[in-house]
Design a protein around this ligand. Structure first.
Ligand code: NOJ
Length: 559
């Protein structure tokens, strides 16, 4: 397998709005990030992915960009950004930008022009269609609720928006659009950034016949088969690779909703000349119902384990995995996949981290995950800020598909705002996030769960992450070792081994709160097993183990 710096990296995702406010306006900013670079260095990560910091009217918190070459005033200036790159680089930290090019904001000058007339040179920068039988061109629903088409009076046509109506989709069929985007990407690379996380990149190529979507019990049809992994997607990414990516030593990760293993090998294949790796969505979609993620179903461990094993085994040697449990669109990982009760929060957060960080792929830590931050569980609708949560609340309760109480329960478990509450730095006012009024409430548990406390405590989740990261840097087997699942049928324990030359490690993770017996297979020379890391005071390696609630232990064998 080829060695690459991005395979050996650990990425930390910053959601700038909620990371650190330096000027008291209640909104995180770039100077705030600069203040915390030493903290990130201490944690040990080496790549920082910034959720969008570009100019934006903030309909979707920055995933609606109105100028790709300007920094949003709330976050600071281009001079601040330049300082961030410089200081980060001085400390050996790389910066990934969030590239949102499936759509722009409707306030981007391209769209402002495009709307003016059918003849405008920018008309074809977006996807315009005539009404069909007096209605939308097809039945596709938008990801944030409602139709994916918005009618525009001026020219009597609809434009496509797979997300909110303030996020019109770009027309990638148009070569001028592609060239403008490549030019903008090269401009950022020349500025010194180190790569891109590519927002919904699997959606940029649409089936140009725009067929009706399948009815699935929701209010609109599902158009995703016609816009996810669309007909020209690989052609576009290969072109992007030639025009931009191959010209710089950068890292790329595609956010690829709807990606299958076969598709992932094309996007991120070792010699595919597209991207370095992709985010798959199968494990974070377990239990989704007729209204997608709006359900109170808990994930099923057996299904989760099957999915994780499948991605490990099938990409190995062919493409590279991104390893994640949380991000700004997902609930907090410990609340979703672990147990955020007082009793098990720390132990289960450490167990989840062990499992993810010991797999093959590049691990991603979402801000706050390294201290075991939990869902916010907001009780009142007025506490939510996220467009997706608010639009779906309206839509599903309005259409009487869900009772308000039921939808509130879904929000508590699945709203994106669970991950977007401010970072909990200390137990002082607003958790040390801001001197002002935070743009979104803090999680009320910040006096108990915060960075300052965990940096002092020897056994904290933070210290555990530090150790996991260090181990990865010191042991090639964790990065490049061959993955093999063990005891696939076990319904509580996720066990696997990694092997590289003479080195072998065995990873055992109990995903349940019951003490569970596990027999270490014959193939391991048990007496030589040394504990690499464990979230309990570990017992020595022996044939018959009993893993305590949410216990994780990694044994190393060989020289
Ligand atoms: C995926 C991003 O992660 C999410 O936050 C955003 O709302 C959509 N793409 C639209 O850009």
């Amino acid at each position: 397998m080829k060695r690459n710096w991005w395979k050996e990296s650990i990425v930390y995702q910053i959601y700038p709005r909620s990371f650190k406010d330096s000027n008291g306006d209640g909104i995180g900013d770039i100077k705030g990030i600069i203040e915390k670079l030493d903290y990130l260095k201490e944690l040990g990560v080496n790549v920082l992915w910034l959720s969008p910091v570009f100019e934006s009217p903030l309909d979707d918190n920055g995933y609606d960009i109105s100028d790709y070459r300007k920094i949003l005033g709330d976050y600071g200036t281009m001079a601040d950004f330049n300082e961030l790159i410089e200081k980060a680089h001085e400390k050996g930290l790389k910066i990934l930008m969030d590239l949102v090019v499936n759509h722009t904001s409707d306030e981007h000058s391209w769209f402002v022009e495009s709307k003016k007339s059918k003849e405008n040179p920018y008309r074809d920068y977006y996807i315009w269609r005539y009404p069909k039988a007096g209605k939308e061109p097809n039945n596709w629903g938008a990801t944030f609720g409602g139709s994916a088409w918005e009618y525009d009076n001026r020219t009597g046509m609809y434009y496509l928006h797979c997300f909110s109506k303030k996020q019109p989709d770009l027309n990638w069929e148009n070569e001028a659009v592609r060239n403008d985007i490549y030019e903008m990407m090269n401009w950022w690379c020349e500025k010194g950034i180190d790569g891109f996380r590519m927002d919904v990149i699997s959606m940029i190529s649409k089936d140009q016949s725009f067929p009706e979507g399948k009815e699935y019990g929701g209010l609109y049809g599902d158009g995703s088969p016609y816009y996810m992994n669309g007909p020209r997607i690989h052609e576009y990414l290969q072109e992007m690779n030639r025009e931009v990516l191959a010209r710089h030593d950068i890292m790329t990760v595609g956010e690829t909703a709807g990606v299958t293993i076969e598709e992932a090998k094309k996007y991120a294949g070792e010699d595919a000349n597209e991207l370095n790796m992709v985010f798959q969505f199968e494990h974070v979609s377990i239990g989704d119902g007729p209204y997608g993620k709006w359900t109170t179903n808990r994930y099923d461990f057996r299904e989760y384990k099957k999915i994780m094993i499948k991605w490990q085994e099938e990409l190995q040697g062919k493409a590279w995995n991104s390893l994640y449990l949380g991000n700004h669109d997902q609930p907090r990982s410990v609340s979703r996949f672990g147990d955020d009760s007082e009793e098990y929060r720390e132990i289960s957060a450490k167990m989840l981290a062990t499992c993810i960080h010991m797999m093959q792929g590049t691990p991603y830590i979402y801000q706050g995950e390294e201290i075991g931050m939990t869902n916010a569980y907001f009780e009142d609708l007025t506490m939510y800020r996220d467009i997706e949560s608010l639009q779906y609340y309206e839509e599903l309760t309005g259409a009487k598909r869900m009772e308000p109480e039921e939808m509130m329960e879904c929000l508590k478990l699945r709203s994106r705002d669970n991950a977007r509450t401010p970072m909990q730095w200390n137990n002082k006012k607003n958790g040390g996030f801001t001197e002002g009024t935070p743009w979104i409430n803090l999680n009320s548990n910040y006096s108990r769960i915060n960075v300052e406390r965990q940096m002092k405590e020897r056994d904290s989740v933070f210290q555990y992450y530090k150790k996991l990261i260090r181990l990865r840097k010191e042991n090639e087997v964790i990065v490049y070792g061959h993955f093999t699942a063990i005891s696939r049928a076990d319904e509580k324990i996720f066990a696997f081994k990694r092997e590289l030359d003479e080195k072998r490690i065995l990873v055992l993770c109990n995903y349940s709160k019951e003490a569970t017996a596990f027999t270490i297979p014959e193939e391991f020379a048990i007496e030589s097993g040394k504990i690499m890391i464990s979230n309990y005071l570990a017992e020595e390696c022996k044939k018959e183990m009993t893993l305590r609630p949410y216990e994780a232990v990694v044994f190393a064998f060989g020289s």
